[in-house]
Design a protein around this ligand. Structure first.
Ligand SMILES: Nc1ncnc2c1ncn2[C@@H]1O[C@H](COP(=O)(O)OP(=O)(O)OP(=O)(O)O)[C@@H](O)[C@H]1O
Ligand SMILES: [Mg+2]
Length: 285
């Protein structure tokens, strides 16, 4: 079987089974002068200002401990800003909501529920009947290429499969924003590459706004419309790099001149900030 045939098999064509929003109108994020103080010497996030338009794919890149997860958690509603505000579609965020789906680095599936019922959980909690919830779950599982596993339990899945179930679950209430905190961080390089392509297919199909936290510059440049770079602690947003590579992005794009240029720009910024972060963590607790 050729690589193209294998890919076609693993990444099923989209567009038949689920709701589509080709022209995204929702998922407008406004992070306005947000600072987060956890009570230490420095702010975890320092005066962040970021506007993300409906349907944009934004990667958040920065050294360890700079405040990426904290900033994302203010959009998720898990952390309330000490100063400033976060709005999604004009509504101030102060708690989690169904308009925002979340995928974490480590899967957070219920081990006692089948794959299908893990994905159906959100719609069920939203008051849908079990048949309708499972039907939604099945179409999302088809989208992530896991239909054959709907009756299995998470314990028998590989890491990549679990993350795909996690993505299906985060999409099950059709959120307008998908928040992903290093979702592919624990996966091997090949699985990761497949997951990235699958995610881009889903994103293009759904027209959903994505904030994607990563340490991986290649991943950020391959996926994003914009790469937003955070400084070492106290985390400030120091660069917003527009990635104009054509879409759909194919694996070959990584050899293009524009890709290499964007990657170098990110690398130069990150190297400096990572050195600063390392030095800070060496000298202060
Ligand atoms: N709940 C919390 N209480 C107190 N301090 C916290 C809390 N969450 C995060 N911090 C601190 O805030 C700072 C930013 O942490 P955060 O997890 O946002 O960084 P990060 O950029 O996501 O790091 P990594 O790349 O390692 O995941 C760190 O100094 C961390 O110790
Ligand atoms: Mg983090």
């Amino acid at each position: 079987m050729s690589t193209e045939e294998l890919k076609a098999k693993l990444l099923p064509p989209l567009g038949k089974t689920h709701k589509m929003r080709y022209k995204p109108e929702k998922g407008h994020i406004q992070i306005e002068n947000v600072s987060v103080d956890f009570g230490g010497d420095v702010f975890a996030v320092n005066d962040a200002f970021l506007e993300i338009m409906p349907g944009e794919f934004v990667c958040l890149l920065g050294p360890s401990g700079c405040g990426k997860s904290t900033l994302m958690n203010t959009v998720a509603g898990f952390v309330n800003p000490t100063y400033g505000s976060v709005k999604v579609d004009g509504m101030v965020i102060d708690k989690p909501g169904q308009d925002r789906g979340m995928v974490f680095q480590q899967h957070s599936l219920f081990p006692w529920k089948t794959v299908c019922d893990n994905v159906a959980f959100g719609p069920l909690m939203d008051g849908k009947g079990i048949d309708s919830a499972r039907s939604t779950a099945r179409s999302l599982l088809e989208m992530v290429g896991l239909s054959a596993y709907e009756k299995r339990f998470p314990g028998v899945l590989s890491g990549g499969m679990k993350q795909r179930v996690g993505i299906a679950r985060a999409l099950a209430n059709y959120p307008s924003v998908l928040l992903m905190d290093e979702p592919f961080g624990a996966l091997d390089a090949q699985t990761r590459a497949m997951m990235q392509e699958n995610l881009l297919q889903i994103w293009e199909e759904f027209g959903i706004t994505v904030i994607f936290v990563t340490h991986d510059i290649d991943e950020a440049v391959f996926l994003a419309d914009r790469v937003v770079v955070m400084s070492a602690s106290p985390g400030r947003l120091i660069a917003d790099i527009k990635i104009t590579l054509p879409r759909p992005r194919l694996a070959e794009v990584v050899t293009s001149e524009d890709y290499i240029k964007a990657k170098k720009q990110c690398m130069d910024l990150i190297r400096l900030e990572s050195m600063r972060a390392f030095e800070q963590q060496r000298t202060t607790a």
